[in-house]
Design a protein around this ligand. Structure first.
Ligand code: 3HC
Length: 289
């Protein structure tokens, strides 16, 4: 498969990342299918795309016709078969659990012609293990986008043990075509960004637990002291505390290194379902917003 041959991209998952990736692909001129398990999930994926774009229309940053155009090139579906039909490239952003992902890959492996490349947007799981559920481990890689996917420039390209150089080259070309900057990363827990970023967020929870400073002051310190656009707790609430905890668990399990031990406070918040903005409450409370 060559870049010029890619016309239709299938995105599996209509959550924050799936919807953002579908939008990114549509904006780059591709025909996109976006699949999730229920009509409700698919519709909320479209909402995730529509709301920030319509905010841009209200600010005079883009025309309503452009929003309509972006959305018109994305076809929502709950059928896996329909989602992958005619797709030249598949980007998977389903629930971050190895068992779930492998099941999806086993199924689409039967449905897609052998030349179709599978890319997982996993934030920390093994690409090699996911690829082992398919008959095409050479045409399988990790393409890790960042939230919000239409805005963030980076894509980490993760080479599994069997990923071919041709597949890496195609994903690199596609990343540029999507208006992104790729970096190539060897398979390792958390890759580059999450290995650095998530332990920093985790340590912020330890600081808060120890009463070193308030959440507001920890965020303020990092924003004003390091020019981060969001403090560690704002970012944790934005990306999801459950997502951060899952990354810490993978880092800890894979390395056994006590530096990566999940903060007990982070774990407690997740147990209390304080998962961040998506549920209205994380470190901060958004329910009045
Ligand atoms: N689609 C299109 N445009 C969008 C958008 C979307 N979904 N979301 C935001 N934008 C645009 C806005 O319209 C605006 O553009 P404009 O100025 O031309 O109108 C621009 O992005 C900035 O947005 P806002 O003005 O609303 O707000 P901010 O200036 O505060 O920026 C932010 C928001 C880009 C989210 C910024 O706060 C930021 O960069 N935060 C850090 C994000 C980050 O670190 N992400 C990585 C998380 S880690 C991760 O994802 C990995 C995972 O595995 C855990």
């Amino acid at each position: 498969m060559k870049l010029e041959e890619i016309e239709r991209i299938c995105v599996l998952g209509a959550g924050t990342m799936g919807a953002g990736i579908a939008q990114t692909c549509s904006q780059a001129g591709y025909q996109v299918t976006m699949r999730d398990l229920t009509e409700e999930f698919v519709e909320s994926g479209f909402e995730r795309i529509r709301v920030p774009l319509e905010r841009r229309v209200r600010r005079g940053k883009m025309a309503q016709e452009d929003v309509d155009e972006i959305i018109s090139h994305i076809r929502g579906t709950t059928s896996l078969e329909e989602a992958v039909r005619g797709a030249d490239f598949v980007i998977e952003a389903v629930f971050e659990e190895m068992g779930v992902k492998k099941e999806v890959y086993q199924e689409i492996d039967q449905l897609c012609p052998p030349e179709v490349v599978f890319a997982s947007n996993t934030s920390s799981l093994s690409v090699t293990e996911m690829a082992s559920a398919t008959s095409r481990p050479d045409r399988f890689l990790g393409m890790h986008f960042f939230n919000p996917a239409p805005v963030m420039k980076l894509i980490e390209l993760i080479k599994g043990s069997e990923t071919s150089d041709e597949t890496m080259a195609l994903a690199r070309d596609l990343s540029f075509r999507l208006g992104k900057e790729p970096v190539v990363v060897k398979e390792s827990a958390g890759f580059v960004v999450n290995r650095l970023l998530v332990p920093m967020m985790n340590e912020a929870f330890n600081l808060l637990m120890e009463g070193v400073a308030t959440a507001e002051d920890i965020d303020k310190a990092m924003k004003l002291g390091t020019n981060m656009p969001m403090g560690p707790f704002e970012l944790a609430d934005f990306t999801g505390l459950d997502v951060g905890l899952a990354v810490m668990e993978v880092l800890y399990e894979e390395t056994g290194d006590p530096r990566f031990r999940p903060s007990p406070l982070l774990r407690q918040y997740v147990r209390a379902k304080r998962l961040g903005r998506k549920v209205g409450r994380g470190v901060y409370d958004y329910r009045g917003d």
